[in-house]
Structures are given as C-alpha cells and as structure tokens.
Write a protein that binds this ligand. Structure first.
Ligand code: ASP
Length: 338
C-alpha cells in the first residue's frame, strides 16, 4: 500500500519589501550598526540564514519590493495590500509574513489591517539592526514572526507586528525609539508575547478589522489625498494652504496635547470646511484620545476628531473613509468605530 506524505507544517508566504532587516553594513566609517544600506539582501537570503524556520513552516518566498520603508508611497501601499490579499485568498497559503523597514511599518500594518479581508494571520516584522551588526535582531524577529503566522491561535486577530519578542496589534503599535531593540510599543501594551517560538496571548482588540472592515480597495485606484500638519510653536497657515492647493480632501492637524488648535490659526482653519476640506484633529503626543468639543467647537466647525489614532494612521483611515464617504459626520463615525 502506498501512502501519500501528509503535510504537517503550515504554509507561510513570506513577502520581502526591504528595510534594515534586509540591510548590510558598510562599516568603513567605523559605525557598525548605524552605517549600513537598507534593502540590499533578498528575502531568500534572509531565510537561508535562519535554518530554524524549516521546523516551523513551509515557506514560499517572494520579493515584492526592495526599498527603504521611507520610500513607501500610497501606490506601493496599495500594491502591497493587493498582493497580501491575493496570497491570503489562496488555499495553499495558511498565513503571510511581510518583512518591512521599521520606519513606516506601523502605517503599512494598519493599512493591511483595514483592507485585507481574511482571518488568516498576517504578520509584519523587521529589524533595528542590519544583518551584519554584531547583535543583529532580524533573524530572531523573522523566526518569531513565522512562529506567530504559523500558529492557529493567531487567526482572526487582525494584522500583527512582531518585534523584540512582542506581538502588537496594527491598530495601536508605533515605532517610539530611533535605535533601541524595544523600539515598538502600543499605548495599551502588546497583545501577547512570543515564548519558546510560541505565541502567548493576553489581550484582544475590540475594534473591527480585516474581515469586519468596510473598506474595499478593489474599488479604489488611488487613495484620496490627505495631508498631515504637525504642530509646533510659531505655525504658519501657508502649510495647510499648500495641502489645499494640492487638492487634499482632508488635513490631519497633529495638535498639541488633546489636538489643540492655536488661537492665531483658528479663523483660517474655520474656513477650510466651506472650501471642501475636512480638518481632522489628532494629538501629536501619539497616545490618548482627542475629546470632541473639548478644546474646540468641533460641532460648529464641522471638524472631526481621531479618537486615539496617531497622525500617520489617522491619515490612512481618513483616506480610506473618504473613498467611501464625504461628510464630516460620516468620517467621525469611522474614527469612533475603528
Ligand atoms: N530606514 C529603515 C527602513 O525603515 C529603518 C529600518 O528598517 O529599521 O527601511
């Protein structure tokens, strides 16, 4: 009697996009971790340096992009989301791992979280140090990301970021340090940890994502333009005006504290609504809610508050919402819901 070999390992699609995890040092200036070029090592080479991956999953590797994540534009983000969605739709794929630069990982992860309509695990990971650094973090991060993507308990949790043995939700995570290995943090803490190559879960999200998300990128060619203006002392209205001139449908005002608008800009910003541009009040602090009508009359102005979304993610949520809705009321409901 012949028996066909039974498949025992989960099948994980690994999508390479570049970043420091795919970086290599130049070291000629004697800075072993800081002097390197991002996005030069292929995704296939990355996995060949982590033989432990073979006991966790059968990997199918593809190199979608090879860029520093600073070079992500909306067209590349849409391309990544369409590709991850296509991979998730395949029966022979059980989960997806995306290797990505850390600088904009929180934005790409959130965009996938809102647009990939699948319960299969989608995990982003990267590295704070290139592979040529003395204590490179990329190999362990990659191993842990594959361990999380391979685990049946990871499905239906939304898109995840796995860095430094922590599992974060794409809704909340942000890069909060320029150098340290624990550069990623979520205001309410990570969802779980990776211990002995196995995820341990401690929290779950309450907001909709992936399969429950209303946003449909199959109907979108380009994202509506949304700008972000960061607050500082001595601001100028011309910066907002530049976004208006570019055709922005909304501007995220990354305000002080609870999204405060300086008094000397209030008259100018009051006129934006009548010109067809929605003002979205966010906090430049990166955590905590902006309270509607608390330090501005949002109802009278037709302004929107972000709940607790940080400005870069608020840009993406506003753009997706504006692809489906027009009014400040509808945009506000989206911010309350997601
Ligand atoms: N500049 C790099 C990137 O985001 C930084 C990193 O990956 O850590 O692509």
């Amino acid at each position: 009697m012949t028996t066909s070999p039974s498949r025992t390992l989960p099948r994980i699609a690994l999508v390479g996009t570049g970043g420091t995890i795919a970086g290599a040092g130049t070291a000629s200036n004697g800075l072993p971790s800081a002097a390197y070029q991002a996005a030069v090592v292929s995704a296939s080479d990355l996995i060949s340096h982590v033989p432990q991956l073979a006991r966790l999953a059968e990997l199918q590797v593809e190199q979608l992009l090879q860029i520093d994540s600073a070079d992500f534009t909306d067209d590349k983000l849409l391309r990544l989301a369409r590709q991850v969605a296509a991979l998730c739709a395949r029966d022979e794929v059980d989960g997806v791992v995306v290797t990505h630069g850390t600088d904009t990982m929180e934005e790409s992860a959130y965009f996938l979280h809102l647009t990939v309509k699948s319960p299969k695990p989608v995990v982003l990971t990267g590295a704070m140090r290139p592979g040529t650094a003395l204590a490179a973090d990329g190999p362990a991060n990659l191993l842990h990301a594959v361990a999380v993507a391979s685990h049946p308990g990871s499905s239906g949790r939304g898109v995840l970021v796995v860095m430094n043995e922590e599992i974060h939700s794409a809704r909340d995570v942000a890069k909060v340090h320029a150098m340290r290995l624990d550069a990623f943090a979520s205001p309410h803490g990570p969802l779980g940890l990776v211990a002995e190559e196995t995820p341990r879960w401690y929290r779950a999200l309450t907001r909709p994502h992936t399969t429950q998300s209303e946003f449909d990128i199959t109907a979108i060619d380009t994202l509506p333009l949304v700008g972000v203006v960061s607050s500082h002392g001595n601001m100028r209205q011309e910066i907002y005006e530049a976004w208006v001139a570019l055709g922005a449908r909304a501007i995220v005002h990354a305000g002080f504290g609870g999204g405060t608008v300086p008094a000397y800009l209030a008259d100018y910003l009051s006129m934006l609504r009548a010109r067809g541009v929605l003002l979205v009040r966010a906090s430049r602090t990166g955590a905590g809610p902006v309270i509607r009508n608390a330090n501005a009359d949002d109802d009278a102005q037709g302004w929107v508050v972000t709940d607790d979304q940080n400005p870069p993610r608020a840009r993406l949520l506003a753009a997706l919402a504006l692809a489906h809705h027009d009014s400040p009321e509808a945009l506000q409901q989206v911010f309350w819901r997601y």
